[in-house]
Design a binder for this molecule. Structure first.
Ligand SMILES: [Zn+2]
Ligand SMILES: [Zn+2]
Length: 98
């Protein structure tokens, strides 16, 4: 279990739940809801390595859906970001798991 992780952008430290809340409030741009060619996606960007991941929200989902479920969509994106962040930059760090 990871008990503590640090935000690479500004040094905020907290448990994984607090880190997600931190990403959401301090770095809202890390999860963006974008449309392209009539499709809607959420795009997650890692603050540590800049890697981004884009996922279609739902087949046939339009602007109304993206707007109505904005918070839920962001929550899913933040979850994916956290998984990547902890896996690659906390567990994968030089010191390994605490
Ligand atoms: Zn931060
Ligand atoms: Zn990363």
């Amino acid at each position: 279990m990871i008990e503590e992780a640090t935000c690479s952008a500004d040094g905020f430290t907290g448990n994984p739940r607090q880190l997600v809340e931190h990403f959401d409030s301090a770095h809202p741009e890390l999860v963006e809801i974008v449309s392209e060619g009539g499709r809607w996606f959420y795009e997650v960007r890692c603050p540590a390595c800049g890697e981004s991941h884009r996922q279609q929200i739902r087949r046939g989902a339009g602007a109304d859906f993206a707007e109505e479920y904005r918070e839920e969509i962001r929550a899913v994106g933040l979850d994916i970001l956290l998984g990547h962040y902890l896996g690659e930059h906390v567990l994968g760090g030089e010191d390994g798991p605490a």
